[in-house]
Design a protein around this ligand. Structure first.
Ligand code: HEM
Length: 165
């Protein structure tokens, strides 16, 4: 219970929203939203993996880190589109998705990937001037490796949703 409203009630309210009804009733919406989701997450994951490989020191090593980091603006924009399209596919069948193990794991790993980014930014990123043009320190390489692993797993889990209970 959350202030007198149960989780099931929140899910039912989401499913009953007029926009959810429209997405359920008109068969064009799901494929359009799924295409938006795939294109935007391709951008997010592609750009994140580029940064991860730079953080790990295995790609674009000669590129100053602050130059490589210019891709972060694109990551936020594409992540916004991926979240919006994902939410619009989720809302009409919220109870079914929440009962799906692959979906729950995917959301959990997205949360962990966000946490990993936060730790990176509050930690070793603050001392970027020290390693901007040299080999990244262990903490940066670790954050890159953790992020890369999480995002690959998130994509696999996303694809597993329709094949999982
Ligand atoms: C940026 C992070 C995300 C990534 C990398 C991601 C990844 C994926 C992938 C790979 C698919 C399968 C696409 C296909 O097979 O055509 C998918 C589908 C889906 N995603 Fe995401 N997703 C992300 C964020 C979200 C969020 C935030 C939500 C919900 C709030 C969400 C909800 C969904 C739904 C409902 C589907 C359709 C599942 C089905 O086939 O029934 N996604 N996602």
């Amino acid at each position: 219970m959350l202030q007198g409203i149960s989780l099931q009630e929140i899910l039912t309210r989401l499913e009953d929203l007029p926009i959810s009804q429209e997405i359920t009733d008109n068969p064009i919406w799901f494929p359009v939203l799924e295409a938006m989701h795939v294109v935007s997450l391709g951008l997010v994951v592609g750009a994140v993996l580029f940064l991860d490989l730079r953080l790990m020191g295995v790609f674009a090593r000669k590129e100053p880190m602050h130059e490589a980091a210019k891709v972060i603006g694109l990551i936020w924009l594409a992540a916004g589109l991926a979240f919006m399209s994902g939410f619009l596919m989720f809302a009409p069948a919220a109870s079914r998705y929440l009962a799906n193990t692959a979906f729950d794991l995917k959301m959990g790993l997205i949360f962990l990937a966000g946490l990993n980014m936060l730790v990176l930014h509050l930690g070793v990123w603050r001392r970027l001037a020290d390693w901007n043009e040299s080999a990244p320190p262990f903490a940066a390489r670790l954050a890159g490796a953790v992020s890369l692993t999480l995002w690959v797993l998130i994509v696999i889990l996303g694809r597993m949703v329709p094949f999982t209970q």
